[in-house]
Design a protein around this ligand. Structure first.
Ligand code: GCB
Length: 584
């Protein structure tokens, strides 16, 4: 699936803004024909979660309906017309003019449907969208799994049992776009650097048959590949070299642009699409993470898509602010905890040189999931959707296939091995990990992965308020993990809650001082180990969670408040990171 783009051959319309909306408390919207005419009781903003827009929706985790009438111009007469949603949480069903056009399961990846047949040109068309945000054990991330929980939060409200708020609704952009009837369906670019030469392999998927050739040109270079199409040829593969290459890296995130054109027998352009890409290599060798052949240490954060009022709504200003603060901190990387982030976030990462570990929404799998064929099938599909969507982002340097699953049962072994093999079959270039929060002695899954990711809270959930003991434990557990697994380690989470404005001397739990001391001391322990490849603080900013006695309205482990103001720990860690970079 290609990100929608306005080109010489494609139109693009945004449907973001206000939509008519109604909660479907009794799940009788379909029987009441709401897909033809919604009994809307208000307007609501797309793209933003519904919860924080109205008080009565704050704790509404059911079904919501959206409706809007959209004029489609006559000029699109011979075109295919598509409706694309960047992400809606969780199960989305779409009708156009009362006709069902498609359904998609999953809260954090885009989907699109060809709506050409349901559309009438030159007049208003009714788009009706039903989003079911119910929390259940067979959704990803799974919720309502209390009986099997060992790790996590029992008795939360709502009952999701993962530590972020299960915002519902259409959270990312909604677009209508057109393509010609024969069109470029997919572009996949794989890059490597060998002896200073950029190696690029391409795979272009084509739909429709009225094209004679495909032209690939790397803009601002002399690179051009002209491929004549045989009848029925729908996939083109090939490669080219880039001499005098500018490798993509945090200090110089140079992006090339590949213009792909489909041409008819007379040489007229049928379809055109420009895909940006960076040329870089990522490898794990001798317990080191190598970017373009050089060792790199990941300093940064786990974070969330979360902001007041917007909930999980994609917002350009919030993305700009967050990247600005990451740069201010001297961070070079993040993990998209705990689900794939928006296209717009990842494009910004490509342009600014942020290194990203892209994570699935598999948070907190419990043992019964491992033997459940439906879960296995869904998880496999999500991995495919994520890798297909994100393959071309140079910023994504690794995949994380799960966060804090219950991996201490033997059934975890084949389950995670199968996920690994599936991801590897789709992407042979990026290292793959899963995130562990248990004693590695008891773990059945980590051995299958390329590097080890650990979430560790010594000095917080364990050795609480005893920071010296917590630091000693971290030191010892890291060494033990490496001794057992002999794989490079990133600590993907460590940190402490701090309520901004709370100060104590000596440092006590929930004070800014305790958080600052814990984060800086533990960072230095992690960074001192020869086998570590990164340290990601949990978390970038405070974020909304379900309600539970251990959460003060929001999770307070942010180094920034939810409104993005720095706490003491942000200043202290920044000093260390800037010094390391020689900037202070
Ligand atoms: C974790 C989870 C993360 C939580 C965090 C915490 O290990 O991965 O989702 O928010 O701990 O603050 O407890």
């Amino acid at each position: 699936m290609l990100y929608p783009q306005l080109t010489a051959t494609r139109q693009l319309y945004s449907l973001d803004g206000f939509w008519r909306f109604a909660p479907d408390h009794h799940n009788d919207g379909v029987s009441n024909d709401w897909h033809k005419q919604l009994e809307a009781d208000r307007e609501i903003s797309v793209q933003a979660s519904w919860n924080e827009q109205y008080q009565d929706l704050m704790h509404y985790f059911g079904i919501g309906w959206y409706e809007r009438d959209v004029m489609i111009p006559n000029s699109l007469k011979d075109e295919r017309i598509w409706l694309r949603i960047g992400a809606a949480n969780y199960l989305t069903t779409i009708w156009v003019n009362g006709e069902l056009v498609g359904e998609h399961e999953g809260g954090h990846l885009p989907f699109e449907f060809d709506i050409s047949k349901a559309i009438i040109l030159g007049r208003a068309n009714r788009i009706s969208i039903r989003v079911d945000a119910t929390i259940t054990p067979d959704r990803l991330p799974p919720g309502d799994v209390e009986s099997e929980m060992i790790i996590g939060f029992k008795g939360q409200f709502p009952n999701n049992y993962f530590d972020f708020f299960p915002y519902g609704g259409i959270n990312r952009p909604v677009n209508i776009f057109s393509t010609p009837s024969s069109y470029i369906e997919s572009i996949q670019l794989t890059t490597d650097l060998i002896d200073g030469i950029g190696k690029v392999s391409f795979k272009v998927g084509i739909s429709g048959q009225s094209t004679a050739s495909c032209l690939l040109q790397v803009e601002h270079t002399s690179i051009s590949v002209n491929h004549s199409l045989h009848e029925d040829e729908l996939t083109i593969v090939g490669h080219f070299d880039v001499f005098d290459v500018r490798p993509w890296c945090p200090a110089d995130p140079y992006l090339y642009a590949l213009k792909v054109s489909l041409l008819d027998a007379n040489g007229h352009v049928v379809d055109e699409y420009t895909q940006s890409f960076g040329i870089r290599s990522v490898k794990i060798e001798d317990a080191k993470l190598l970017l373009n052949g050089e060792p790199i240490f990941l300093n940064g954060f786990g974070m969330h898509e979360d902001f007041p009022v917007l909930g999980k709504g994609m917002n350009h200003a919030v993305i700009a602010k967050d990247f600005n603060l990451l740069k201010w901190m001297g961070a070079n990387s993040i993990r998209t905890s705990h689900y794939p982030y928006s296209d717009e976030f990842l494009q910004y990462a490509d342009r600014t040189g942020l290194l990203v570990i892209g994570e699935t929404p598999f948070v907190g799998f419990v043992p019964s999931h491992y033997t459940d064929d439906i879960i296995r099938e869904k998880a496999t599909r999500v991995i495919s959707e994520m890798i297909h969507r994100d393959y071309n982002h140079p910023s994504i340097i690794a995949w994380s296939l799960a966060n804090e699953g219950h991996t201490f049962v033997p059934e975890a072994d084949p389950f995670y091995k199968a996920l690994y093999d599936h991801a590897r079959s789709l992407d042979s270039t990026r290292p793959i990990t899963i995130v562990n929060c248990l004693d590695v002695e008891d773990d059945y899954a980590l051995k299958h992965f390329d590097f080890v990711s650990l979430n560790r809270y010594y000095g917080w959930y364990e050795q609480a308020a005893r920071l010296d003991e917590g630091c000693a434990m971290l030191d010892q557990k890291l060494d033990r993990c490496y001794e057992l697994l002999r794989k490079p380690i990133i600590v993907t989470e460590f940190g402490a809650d701090a309520v901004a404005g709370v100060h104590t001397d000596p440092p006590e739990l929930f004070s800014e001082e305790y958080q600052a001391e814990m984060v800086t001391r533990q960072y230095q322990i992690i960074a001192s180990k020869p086998y570590t490849i990164g340290a990601h603080v949990w978390s970038f900013a405070d974020f909304k969670t379900s309600q539970t006695p251990s959460r003060v309205v929001v999770n307070r482990k942010g180094l920034f408040t939810r409104e993005r103001q720095p706490k003491l720990a942000a200043h202290k860690l920044r000093e260390i990171w800037l010094k390391e970079k020689g900037e202070k």
